[in-house]
Design a binder for this molecule. Structure first.
Ligand code: XBP
Ligand code: MG
Length: 266
């Protein structure tokens, strides 16, 4: 090979390795943990009972209501489209506050664990020097309760910041919360990867220009993930490989630094 070709190959390698993965942004509900059916839904129902509202959301109804991101927004959608009533008839903020109290009490007990492979992945990315943050629609107190119930006080050592809930004007699927996180981290979208579970999530991440890895769950496995870089059953563990639903796993069998690095360089 001519020397100039050697140099251009070496330069290409340098550029690629320089474009290393800087940060991973983690969604919470359905991604860090399967919190929706046995967490949020249960807390909503407890709030309805406490406030003597004769509403109860079963798993199927809740799955349909989940297309609306945000608990307050979901409540308003339910009142308008299922009850066909005026939202102003109810104090949605108060109902949501009671729900959040029930939810945080439940999560602090550790009732809902992190999903398979998540704790391993967090530790691995931390060892590799990859920055991490949380990017979620849920209420910040809910995130703290999940982290307290699963990681104790270890969580501060993983996540630089928590971008959550009403901190932005428009929730997922709008890209606002991911754009906010990029601004907070002072990073470009190309330096980061989002890990999500739902169509609202991937639309938000892709809308902010991030590559996205999806770990599906029962509520989201039929969603449209055609724009995802990789769709898998879960993060996987050594000896417990993930199932690849679409995308290139680069011969890997679980989400790890090596795989995410390769995806970030595509
Ligand atoms: C999922 C959501 C949240 C939760 C409920 O968030 O849409 O609204 O369902 O939490 P993500 P709140 O997948 O982005 O983590 O009631 O606090 O909104
Ligand atoms: Mg989610």
């Amino acid at each position: 090979m001519k020397p100039c070709l050697y140099f251009s190959v070496y330069l290409h390698f340098l550029i690629l390795s320089a474009m290393s993965l800087q940060a991973v942004f983690f969604d919470v509900d359905g991604t860090l943990a399967n919190t929706e059916k046995d967490g949020h839904r249960v807390a909503f129902n407890k709030a309805f009972t406490e406030l003597k509202l004769n509403w109860q959301w079963d798993a199927a109804i809740y799955g349909e209501l989940l297309k609306i991101a945000g608990g307050k927004e979901r409540l308003r959608h339910f009142i308008e489209t299922r009850l066909n009533e005026e939202v102003t008839k109810y104090d949605v903020i108060e109902i949501h506050k009671v729900k959040t109290r029930h939810y945080t009490e439940l999560l602090k007990t550790g009732a809902i664990p992190l999903r398979k492979g998540i704790h391993r992945l967090l530790k691995e990315l931390k060892s590799a020097g990859v920055r991490m943050a949380i990017v979620t629609t849920t209420t910040p107190a809910n995130v703290e309760a999940l982290l307290e119930g699963t990681l104790n006080h270890d969580s501060e050592s993983f996540f630089e910041f928590i971008a959550a809930g009403d901190i932005v004007p428009h929730k997922k699927p709008a890209p606002d919360i991911y754009q906010y996180a990029l601004d907070q981290a002072r990073l470009n979208a190309g330096d980061c990867i989002a890990i999500e579970d739902s169509d609202n999530g991937i639309r938000a991440a892709e809308g902010a220009g991030l590559k996205t890895v999806i770990t599906v769950n029962d509520y989201t496995k039929t969603h449209d993930f055609s724009k995802a870089d990789l769709v898998v059953s879960d993060a996987g563990e050594p000896g417990e490989p993930f199932t690849v639903l679409s995308g290139n796993p680069f011969n890997c069998s679980m989400l790890d630094f090596n795989l995410l690095q390769k995806i970030s360089q595509t």
